[in-house]
Design a protein around this ligand. Structure first.
Ligand SMILES: *Cc1c(COP(=O)(O)O)cnc(C)c1O
Length: 395
């Protein structure tokens, strides 16, 4: 019999090798973030029913959720998730290439592909993980990635992991994108353009038809991150690579890519964030599948968030909303936090978005509308912002 492994004696926290300099680093960095009003803190929030939210003693109406159609607490979506949970268990048990490929995932993929008009789809653990896997599976050191300057963090992360040459083009600036392609394309084997259908922090839309035209001209591949479009802003051109999330309009959790069969087959073998991670829990997939069926069956529900956003921008004299997301630009991070706190005191949850999520000097309130909001709730928020003197400086 082998010797038992001796118990490790209890070591006091302070004696962890290297702990002193590690904690000094953490504390120093936090102090710096505090000084710039950029430190982030978790706030316990109970959501529901509908757009209601509770933070401590505060009962609030939330305008900070991405649950655009109110499907995360729809009884039909909950029932689908519960049934799958009871029948199939809590977790997938393994990666999808081993035994974690539950049939409900295939059913969801077929529905997503049909929804997007693509031959195939692949579900990932989250939207963030999808981009971390998709981009490096398509581009490497000899290649060029062009990315909208306001693209989501996970698009930049995927580009960095790929090792490709990464250039940002000015937000939605098709002339800048053309200049970069014409100057740099010939030096690289493959080129990939990364953008979003609806920009997550600005709510505006990419000029996709023009981007796809340039892509054809320069033989580049276009990936559109549709995290905030699916189910709410779907009109317009489709890119060859359409990725998104199950966690916003579909009210569940997970990510996906819709593309040709060949591309999906390639991802199944080569996207590391797909191959080396556990499959999505079947209950999450079942809930998302039911939500997607509701999106398709109830177009009047899907139209409502944008209509409410436009009601709000009209009231505040802002440019007409292009999506359910409306930024109310403030500028400085402390001012954005103060405005958010003033709204919270009036019963509204509208979270301040600060750098580095958005560029320096563009701290803002990000207002997100849901089919579950009432007209009265929207009007009351607009009035509160007018009373607080905010909004007019936005766009
Ligand atoms: C939320 C979001 C993601 C990440 O999706 P998750 O499923 O939450 O990881 C990716 N891209 C954009 C634009 C997003 O807004």
């Amino acid at each position: 019999m082998p010797d038992p492994i001796p118990d490790t004696p209890d070591i006091p926290q302070t004696a962890d090798p290297g702990a002193a300099s590690l904690d000094a680093f953490a504390r120093g960095t936090l102090a710096d973030l505090d000084a710039r009003a950029l430190r982030r803190r978790l706030v316990e929030t109970a959501r529901g029913p509908g757009p209601a939210a509770r933070r401590g003693e505060h009962a609030l109406i939330s305008f900070s959720c991405n649950d655009y159609l109110g499907l995360s607490d729809d009884p039909r979506v909950i029932a689908a998730g519960q049934e799958a949970l009871a029948r199939y268990g809590a977790g997938a048990g393994a990666s999808r290439l081993v035994t974690g490929n539950h049939p409900v995932l295939s059913a969801l993929e077929a529905r997503l592909a049909a929804h997007k008009g693509k031959a195939a789809a692949l579900v990932f653990g989250s939207g963030y993980m999808a981009n971390l896997g998709i981009v490096p599976a398509l581009a490497g050191a000899k290649d060029l990635i062009l990315i909208d300057a306001l693209g989501h963090s996970c698009l930049f992360a995927g580009a960095q992991v790929s090792g490709a040459t990464m250039l940002r083009f000015r937000h939605n600036d098709i002339d800048h994108l053309r200049d970069l392609l014409s100057a740099r394309r010939a030096r690289h084997a493959r080129a990939l353009i990364l953008t979003e259908r609806v920009f997550s922090m600005d709510g505006d839309r990419a000029p996709l038809a023009a981007i796809l035209g340039l892509a054809a001209e320069y033989d580049a591949w276009t990936l559109v991150d549709d995290a905030h479009g699916l189910g709410v802003v779907e009109a317009g051109a489709r890119a060859p690579l359409e990725m998104g999330t199950l966690s916003k309009t579909l009210g569940s959790y997970g990510g996906y890519l819709c593309a040709s069969q060949a591309v999906i087959d390639l991802m199944t073998s080569r996207a590391r964030s797909f191959v080396y991670t556990t499959g999505l829990p079947p209950a999450s997939a079942a809930a998302a599948l039911r939500a997607l069926e509701i999106v398709e069956a109830e177009p009047e529900r899907a139209a409502r968030p944008l209509a409410l956003a436009r009601r709000f921008t009209a009231r505040l004299g802002l440019a007409q909303a292009q999506s359910p997301i409306v930024p109310v630009l403030v500028g400085g991070a402390p001012e954005a936090l103060a405005l958010s706190a003033a709204l919270e005191a009036r019963g509204f949850l509208v979270v301040a978005i600060r750098p580095p999520t958005v560029p320096a000097g563009t701290a803002r309130l990000r207002v997100a509308f849901s089919a579950a909001h009432t007209e009265d709730q929207v009007d009351a928020l607009a009035q509160a912002l007018i009373d607080l003197g905010a909004g007019q400086a936005g766009r």
